[in-house]
Design a binder for this molecule. Sequence first.
Ligand code: SAH
Length: 239
Amino acid sequence: MRFAAHIITAYPHMFPGPLGESLSGRALADGLWQLQTHDLRNFGHGKHQNIDDTPAGGGAGMVLRADVAAAALDSVTAIADLPVILPSPRGVPFSQKMAQDWAQTDGLIFLCNRFEGVDERFIAARQPLEVSLGDYVLAGGELAAMVMLEAVLRLVPGIMGKAESGMDESFSLANDGLLEYPHYTRPQEWEGRAIPDIVTGGDHEKLAAWRRAEAEALTQKRRPDLWAEHRAKSEDEKN
Ligand code: SAH
């Protein structure tokens, strides 16, 4: 089964965009995953195919209509039984764990919103999973969907060259949720800086221990939140 990405958006020409390049682009051309956009405008009302309206009770901006969002989503769920994601700053924070879980599915449906948001009754009735990229506000869900898709696609079996390269990296389970160790490549010396001897010395056990120590030190220093989570998990496993 090929991984299928369904994107509901008023700006279908934004896709595949950056996903049409590099690894994901080649995989798309090779048919290893498929992308289908669904134009929200096709579900709009009236001569101008309106999809939004002014907020009830007043306030800035426009709101995506519940009936339009539902008609668009229902037309997609009728052909694809897949998890429905609504990118939203109010959502649960996106994570590598989520990307790993979603990579095991047959695909995803993204409802990309613009404006101030979507009518709350649509969310109550269809219960999409609201997911946030972080604590900042974008102008629309399209770039958020692309970011999430890119993180997922590189973990979908068969898309990334080497299966293991997707697993042993920052935030991944195989890496105990730590940040990744430092990388080096030729030249051996650059601007007076040499690659640490232990990296090129050929002792694989020592190198693995060094990388682990570097990953731990980096995580402790830069991400005390991740470090605390990692420590708590290690304690749990001991008990
Ligand atoms: N009025 C909203 C922001 C709307 S931004 C609020 O204050 O919460 C317009 C759209 O961009 C959102 O509906 C969502 O689809 C998308 N978006 C904005 N920021 C996002 C984020 N951090 N993560 C995911 N999607 C986001």
